[in-house]
Design a protein around this ligand. Structure first.
Ligand code: PLP
Length: 221
């Protein structure tokens, strides 16, 4: 169930420069419609199979963000309408987005996902790998993809010092890439970090976009 009160309370905690992505995965379209009616326009989903029917069912002025791991062969299904892809975690995926976006005549905004957690299961580039790709120039020569910034997920732990250190590390990488001017400075301005359990820490560490699900919609099954 979407809670207007929780939504207002979270918004009140966020500085004005921080964008709230309402992570609606697993909730039915009716619940997203309630959130929409309360003013939410930015929704995040992590699976293409779930995003497509929700896109069909819901108002067309929604900004859809794909936040979960994306297989290259599914890119073509979301490119016609997706607003931002947070989970670009390989050059192969990046190249496929460029190809499909060009075909569709669209420019897709993306974030490069960095691996910052200690868990093995989380996707993303490590810093050295990403820096060498950026040095090569391939990502700068993709006219149908606009790289807006970085995304990361901290370790799932109660250890707030650890989470804080991971977010601070991601912010440092973000600043270093920004300073190198690989991308136009005004475009490289999004740092997507922070979820229900750690968004306040993330904001403290310089997040500009938080992805919040259960704190808005209640616990997922
Ligand atoms: C599910 C998910 C979230 C939101 O998680 P909550 O803890 O429910 O806020 C954020 N980011 C990604 C990538 C997710 O898959």
């Amino acid at each position: 169930m979407f809670s207007q009160a929780r939504y207002e309370a979270i918004k009140a905690q966020l500085p004005p420069q921080v964008t709230l992505v309402a992570v609606s995965k697993t909730y039915p379209a009716e619940v997203l419609q309630q959130a929409y009616d309360a003013g939410v326009r930015i929704f995040g989903e992590n699976r293409v199979q779930e995003l497509l029917p929700k896109y069909e069912a819901l108002p067309k002025d929604i900004e859809w963000h794909l936040i979960g791991h994306l297989q290259s062969n599914k890119v073509k299904y979301i490119v016609p309408f997706v607003h931002m892809i947070h989970s670009v975690d390989s050059l192969r995926l990046f190249n496929e987005i460029q190809k499909q976006a060009s075909k569709a005549g669209r420019i897709i905004q993306v974030l490069l996902q960095m691996h910052i957690a200690s868990e093995e299961t989380k996707f993303g580039f490590d810093e050295a790998e990403l820096l060498s790709i950026l040095e090569s120039g391939v990502m700068q020569n993709a006219p149908s993809v606009k790289v807006r910034g970085l995304m990361g997920m901290a370790s799932f732990t109660e250890d707030t010092e650890k989470v804080k250190t991971e977010f601070a590390g991601l912010k440092k990488t973000f600043d270093a890439i920004k300073a190198k001017n690989y991308f136009p400075e005004k475009d490289f301005d999004v740092l997507s970090m922070g979820m229900s359990g750690d968004y306040l820490l993330a904001v403290e560490q310089g997040s500009t976009m938080v992805r919040i699900g259960s704190a808005l919609f209640g616990a997922r099954n």
